[in-house]
Design a binder for this molecule. Structure first.
Ligand SMILES: NC(=O)c1ccc[n+]([C@@H]2O[C@H](COP(=O)([O-])OP(=O)(O)OC[C@H]3O[C@@H](n4cnc5c(N)ncnc54)[C@H](O)[C@@H]3O)[C@@H](O)[C@H]2O)c1
Ligand SMILES: O=CCCC(=O)O
Length: 494
């Protein structure tokens, strides 16, 4: 068992500190270590090391030393290591899910689903590792032969958010290791224990020392980020998080012209056309995407556009379903939706609701912080009569608010959906195949769900356009983010 009592976290922490870069706890001033907080209760779960720029540099040096050996590891050996890590994660599924529920707040069953999702990236990239083929290329110069090989980019810095404490990490480390890179993962300050437990399992899976390193930080986040994004030994930064922080890190990473991939915020439109027969399936899909992670998912529907002819009925059925949700601490039986990550997150949701209602929106259900449960709990909310001057139309709410807009024509709704700086996911419900293609192709996003509320699948490329970032994770494309293509030209080959 990886956890059960607070004591066990400490042993995880000590084990894993010693294998990361041989820094013993005596070297460090532990007085400034960070508290990990349970968002459901506000209680301290445990204490985690607060690393700084010097620690980060040591981790980078460890990853750099390991890279010179690991890059030559045969691809089938890389595959075997990733597979073993996947297997250990699945064997410890419930323990990891406990950590996720504890630190992030999501209900335990949702946390279990995340652990499976997280493991799937390691399984997937264990299968991609043996297939890192190059090309032989027909040439225009007589007597030449041209071929390409794929090489690992080098030491990678990975920065991930708290909303998927396990899956966002494995979605980056899986392809990095498959490609032959070594990594330093800066875990989210809010959910460090899940990251640490994953690293401990990597160690137990036999992943060589220095190949996978983690740095935990909360107060020192900016200095750790500065060290990672400017150190010349780091050749690639892969970041998942907000567009605001993404822009900052991109500026920093430009100082040494690092390769970057950026998975940033979204504001997904969900469009229900008049040609559908089955409103209930569309309602179910809205619930799946809007309220996943209690609305704290980058691909959550943020703007729900319902054709005028279905608007009233759709709103009625959605409200009935949302009123059945059971909000509470994630470990409690039958709870469907947990707390938000902090009280500031809940306040932001309250501000979005207040802004909308001050401009004419009506609250069909919910709308308030649930004070008796605590400052992080927010009522699942449905808003009607939304308009495009409201903050929800242009800002990601990242909370449990389903905002219903009405539209008349296909052209109008495409324009409204695209009237946004970000473009991660979009969803459309239509029974008209021509319209499906027309609209899917017109939407300025990286992913379109058609007649489904879920686009997340290890085998499907995940990523955005516009200010949602660039690069793709998962799928056959995910590994390319961690590879350089080298061209070898042979002359005189007559
Ligand atoms: N596109 C995607 O795949 C995807 C996936 C999950 C979340 N997200 C987005 O992430 C956001 C929510 O996550 P969040 O609140 O943790 O985002 P955030 O940008 O605040 O933090 C993301 C990560 O960056 C770190 N960070 C913050 N400031 C930093 C700095 N100065 N230097 C280095 N690291 C720094 C945080 O500690 C965390 O690890 C939402 O906008 C969501 O849409 C996007
Ligand atoms: O929050 C964004 C990532 C969630 C997902 O991969 O579906």
């Amino acid at each position: 068992m990886l956890c059960q009592r607070r004591m066990d976290f400490c042993s995880v922490r000590e084990n894993f500190r010693s294998y990361r870069w041989d820094q013993s706890s005596e070297d460090r001033d532990l007085s400034s270590d960070q508290e990990d907080i349970d968002p459901a209760t506000g209680n301290v779960i445990g204490i985690c090391p607060e690393f700084d720029a010097l620690d980060t540099t040591k981790a980078i040096n460890a990853a750099s030393d390991a890279f010179s050996v690991y890059r030559h590891t045969p691809v089938r050996e890389r595959a075997r290591l990733l597979r073993q890590w996947n297997d250990l994660i699945l064997q410890n599924l419930d323990d990891l899910a406990i950590l996720i529920t504890w630190e992030n707040g999501k209900p335990f069953t949702e946390a279990q689903a995340e652990v499976k999702y997280a493991a799937a990236f390691l399984e997937w990239f264990s299968e991609e590792a043996p297939r890192l083929y190059g090309d032989t290329i027909p040439v225009s110069v007589q007597g030449n032969r041209v071929l390409t090989i794929k090489e690992p980019v080098g030491v990678c810095g990975l920065v991930t958010p708290w909303n998927f404490p396990a899956a966002m990490i494995t979605r980056k480390i899986g392809p990095a290791l498959a490609a032959g890179c070594t990594v330093i993962a800066k875990s989210p300050g809010e959910t460090p224990f899940t990251a640490n437990a994953l690293m401990e399992l990597a160690h137990r899976a036999g992943i060589p020392k220095g190949v996978v390193n983690t740095v935990t930080a909360l107060a020192n986040t900016a200095e750790v980020g500065q060290a990672l994004t400017t150190h010349p030994e780091i050749k690639k930064i892969s970041f998942t998080g907000s567009t605001r922080v993404g822009k900052l890190l991109m500026r920093q990473a430009s100082s040494t012209v690092k390769r970057v991939s950026w998975e940033l915020g979204g504001n997904a439109p969900f469009i229900v056309f008049d040609d559908i027969d089955d409103i209930d399936t569309a309602v179910t899909a809205v619930i799946a995407t809007k309220f996943r992670g209690n609305g704290q998912t980058c691909v959550c529907a943020n703007r729900i556009y319902i054709h005028r002819s279905h608007y009233k009925e759709f709103a009625k059925r959605l409200v009935e379903r949302v009123r059945d949700f059971k909000v509470g601490p994630g470990f409690r039986q039958k709870v469907t939706h947990g707390p938000l990550i902090h009280d500031t997150a809940a306040q932001k949701v309250a501000e979005h609701v207040a802004d909308a209602t001050s401009k004419g929106a009506s609250v069909l259900t919910g709308g308030n912080i649930i004070a008796e449960l605590g400052p992080t709990f927010f009522e699942p909310t449905v808003l009607a009569n939304m308009s495009h001057d409201m903050r929800i139309a242009s800002e990601e709410t990242f909370g449990p608010v389903a905002a219903l807009f009405s539209f008349e024509s296909e052209e109008e709704v495409i324009n409204l959906a695209n009237r946004c700086d970000v473009g991660l996911a979009a969803y459309i419900f239509s029974d008209n195949i021509k319209r499906v293609f027309r609209v899917a192709e017109a939407l300025e996003v990286g992913m379109v769900g058609v007649n489904t509320g879920s686009v997340s699948d290890v085998s499907a490329p995940f990523g955005g356009v516009k200010q949602s970032g660039f690069g793709r994770e998962g799928s056959k494309y995910g590994i390319e983010e961690f590879q350089n293509v080298k061209t070898i030209t042979l002359g005189g080959m007559f």
